[in-house]
Design a protein around this ligand. Structure first.
Ligand SMILES: [Zn+2]
Length: 228
């Protein structure tokens, strides 16, 4: 079981955006900074990329227009860059020496393949709040609890920009299928798919696995995906 038909992922939006070399450089720098747990803002990006602040501002605006990241009202602070959020969410991703927040359940599962690191994810059932714990390596989930954990992925009909604010808040872990179904009926979530944890990990890997890969590797990966 994959994602619902018609869903455009951040990987799709990145391909569609056809970024220039400088835009791509800033996009990567933003993700790398988020992965360190740092605040990502215009001045630190300018310092580290040797691109003038005015140009960084324009690039961030374009990346936000392509819905690759979300800016605050000043246009200077990056609030989120898929899969990361600077604003706390229920989805905590523990890297070896720090903790970062992911925008949704699938985004959290996309972090180990994207960073090529083993992580622990702590989240909670979107209905009852029971804790959900996952250990994952870049290529697979190694341990998770509860064993009945499911992930809800809504269809795209309600999408507006940015998806971080429309779709992401509804992509949650649930401790059982029953709690997912109860939450769905209470919240009027009609269309979407129910994923097992391993299916959700595969979706995360498909979406995020190539976001920090070298461009040539990204091409190869895309071809192999298409040939399946
Ligand atoms: Zn529950």
């Amino acid at each position: 079981m994959g994602l619902p038909d018609g869903v455009k992922t951040v990987a799709d939006r990145l391909r569609g955006a056809r970024l220039t070399a400088e835009e791509e450089c800033v996009r990567r720098r933003v993700l790398e900074r988020f992965a360190t747990g740092a605040t990502v803002n215009l001045s630190t990006l300018a310092e580290r990329s040797r691109i003038a602040p005015a140009q960084i501002r324009e690039i961030l605006r374009r990346l936000a227009a392509a819905d690759l990241l979300v800016l605050d009202g000043t246009g200077e602070i990056v609030l989120a860059a898929y899969p990361f959020s600077s604003i706390p969410t229920p989805h905590r991703v523990h890297l070896s020496d720090r903790e970062v927040f992911a925008l949704c359940a699938v985004d959290a599962l996309g972090v180990p393949p994207m960073l090529q690191k083993e992580v622990r994810i702590s989240s909670q059932c979107g209905y009852c709040g029971a804790s959900v714990e996952i250990q994952a390596r870049p290529e697979r989930v190694t341990r998770y609890f509860p064993t009945e954990t499911r992930v809800w992925f809504p269809a795209s009909e309600d999408d507006c920009c940015p998806i971080a604010e429309s779709r992401c808040p509804n992509i949650s872990f649930f401790c059982t299928s029953d709690h997912l179904e109860t939450w769905r009926s209470v919240n009027g979530q009609a269309d979407g798919v129910v994923l097992s944890l391993l299916e959700a990990f595969e979706a995360g890997r498909e979406i995020f696995g190539s976001l920090l890969a070298e461009p040539s590797a990204r091409q190869t990966r895309r071809r192999s995906w298409r040939s399946r």
